[in-house]
Design a protein around this ligand. Structure first.
Ligand code: PLP
Length: 638
């Protein structure tokens, strides 16, 4: 690339190409130097720090790529937006009740995230949702404020219930959300024995269905929640046990990442019908809990298709508040406290996976000869002549011929009629032909499907220093699209089209679906790698659900993790750093004993010294290297 090209390309073009303003939620953008910067709330307006600066700081602290970067204060900002949007909606609609958020710990269980949510959320009485004993123990230890809610979902055994009842005794607003009949009996029994009134909620199975990846959480076949029939039974049992006065909360959860605001409204309206009926039956309800579902715009399209949503946080809040008020006003019922358990919308923005590119695979021909060798094989010469014919008029036919003669050459090679060098020449000619066809395809009026898929087949493969299974499990498991882009050189034109492969050498270990300005694409525009220079990519919006699902695929363990905080004056604090798993760590997860491995290796080395194959000093350096490797990072180190 020459200088004039570089000058013609503007940062604005990169901004449009990668859609960063659309999916960035105001937290990410590109500065005039062509670097991605994090934009955080400042004293007046926003303050910005380039990711490259953060990476430099991490390197100085001994944290190499890949790194999961958490920008702590983005969580604070999200909690503010959620609470203040509800407060505003409550104000403008004249709603008489309050809002209480509860962060579901399962969405990001890392202590620094949960502790930050508890610390910052205190001013809004923002609570926590716990789906297991362990999570309830976390909630009880981090929440300082007795106004905040602890919502207990999931299956609860006697120990879980005892723990929650003890929380009640300590003054926590800890609510058991009942999902089964068995649970109600256990709650009745244990609260009698511990002599404390529980706070009880019921989780309903609504018939409202939602679209999207998590649709199975909703509708009649949903795995969770009580049917109407079971609800009646639960209420009867509570009445019988003289505990109906403890039934205060109605809960439903339609699924995560709900793309369409109409489903949310429909769910709220249906839930309100139950609310009204339950109050009529004598349950003194005062909370309505919508669960999660508030969606993130991963692809920047603001639409119901793909990985986005057709509403803003503000619209969500207004719609929910209005729908509840409208239903309950018709029955002159007091307005309940509105609870949401927004997880994804709270933490997705906070984390960015940063990795470097290790190598690039091209599907480009090498230099071609001026002419064929003397007396070429007939098929090789056919291929050669086909190439000369490609001029844009009959591209599909040219394509068919190139592939046909290439396959003929391969067959001949198989039968021993063509040698290694001619086969290599033929493959090179074939690539040259296909690349030439690709370059002419855009001129066609109508592009046949085979030719349409060709650019993707000839795209570069950028090998990234990370593991999809470890760091982006949803990309692999449910084809979740995350925004991916280079974090620097954005004032240069990205001239390459590429897919991204990870380190696992597994055919699923790749990123090959990207959000583009014209919808989802199979390739991503990237810059050619400059010799001797690092090229860094970021995968954005990975703060929700990606951190704890990871398995130990190919024994790549946890990446390095760093938390930073951008102060309102624009200065940067490195608040926390955690070195990723060492090789010894991941080996011991699968029950190897690194010490005995080292012992075995030392014995093998000792034997080699005795046999005279290596010297004593060679033995020393081999042992040192082995032991160093055990302590080292599982990812690629330079
Ligand atoms: C997973 C889950 C949530 C979080 O949903 P988001 O869409 O991430 O906000 C909330 N409540 C319950 C019951 C859940 O299972």
């Amino acid at each position: 690339m020459n200088d004039t090209d570089t000058q013609q390309w503007s940062v604005k073009q990169s901004t449009d190409l990668y859609g960063i303003e659309e999916w960035g939620g105001g937290y990410f953008g590109i500065n005039n130097d062509g670097n991605v910067e994090v934009r955080a709330p400042g004293e007046d307006g926003k303050v910005a720090v380039p990711l490259t600066e953060i990476i430099d700081g991490l390197k100085q602290r001994g944290l190499d790529m890949p790194v999961l970067l958490r920008i702590e204060n983005l969580v604070d900002s999200r909690i503010s937006i959620l609470n203040e949007s509800f407060a505003e909606a409550i104000k403008v609609t004249g709603y008489k009740g309050q809002y209480r958020g509860a962060f579901p710990i399962k969405v990001n269980q890392q202590s620094h995230i949960v502790e930050e949510i508890a610390r910052f959320g205190e001013r809004y009485n923002h609570g926590l949702e716990a789906g297991s004993k362990a999570e309830l123990m976390i909630a009880m230890s981090v929440l300082q404020n007795r106004e905040s809610l602890i919502i207990c979902n999931g299956y609860k055994d006697a120990e879980f219930i005892d723990l929650g009842l003890q929380a009640r005794k300590l003054g926590f607003k800890c609510i058991f959300v009942l999902e089964t009949i068995a649970e109600v009996r256990l709650v009745i029994k244990r609260s009698r024995e511990l002599n404390v009134d529980p706070m009880i909620g019921v989780r309903l199975k609504l018939s409202t269905k939602v679209e999207g990846h998590w649709a199975e959480d909703s509708g009649d076949r949903s795995l969770f929640g009580l049917t109407t029939n079971q609800l009646v039974e639960v209420m009867d049992e509570l009445r019988e046990a003289k505990l109906l006065h403890c039934l205060q909360l109605l809960h439903f959860h339609l699924g995560s990442q709900i793309p369409n605001i109409r489903s949310i409204r429909a769910g709220v309206l249906e839930a309100c019908r139950y609310y009204i009926e339950m109050v009529a039956e004598g349950a003194p309800l005062s909370y309505i809990d919508l669960g999660g579902g508030l969606a993130i715009d991963y692809d920047g399209t603001s639409s119901v298709s793909g990985h986005s949503r057709n509403y803003s946080v503000q619209e969500y809040c207004v719609d929910v508040v209005e729908a509840i008020a409208q239903q309950l006003d018709a029955h002159q019922l007091p307005h309940p406290t509105i609870v949401t358990e927004s997880g994804r919308a709270t933490v997705a923005h906070t984390s960015v996976l940063l990795f470097n590119v290790l190598d690039v695979g091209h599907f480009e021909p090498g230099p071609l000869p001026e002419s064929l060798p003397d007396q070429p094989h007939e098929q090789l010469s056919n291929l050669w002549h086909t190439l000369k014919m490609i001029d844009g008029d009959r591209l599909q036919e040219n394509y068919n011929d190139v592939i046909y003669y290439r396959d003929q050459v391969r067959d001949c090679f198989f039968r021993g009629e063509i040698n290694l060098r001619d086969r290599a020449l033929a493959e090179n000619l074939c690539l040259a032909g296909l690349q030439r066809i690709v370059s002419l395809v855009p001129q066609m009026k109508r592009i046949p499907p085979e030719l349409e898929a060709l650019p993707e087949q000839l795209a570069d493969i950028y090998y990234g220093n990370f593991s999809v299974f470890q760091s982006l499990p949803d990309s692999w498991a449910i084809n979740q699209v995350f925004p991916v882009m280079p974090i620097h050189r954005l004032d240069e034109e990205p001239t390459r089209k590429a897919t991204i492969a990870d380190l696992t050498c597994d055919c699923d270990g790749k990123l090959d679906s990207f959000a583009g300005p014209d919808g989802e694409t199979k390739t991503l525009s990237l810059h050619a790698i400059n010799e001797g220079e690092e090229y860094h990519l970021g995968v954005f919006l990975v703060g929700a659900y990606q951190e704890t699902l990871g398995d130990l695929h190919n024994l790549f363990g946890d990446t390095n993790v760093a938390s930073v905080r951008i102060n309102t004056d624009g200065s940067l604090d490195f608040v926390h750093e955690l070195h990723g798993d060492s090789i010894a760590d991941v080996l011991s997860y699968v029950e190897y004993d690194p010490q005995s491995m080292f012992r075995q290796f030392r014995m093998a080395a000792e034997q080699a010294v005795r046999d005279g194959r290596i010297s004593v000093s060679e033995r020393q350096s081999m042992l040192a290297a082995y032991s160093e490797s055990l302590r080292g990072y599982t990812y690629f180190e330079r």
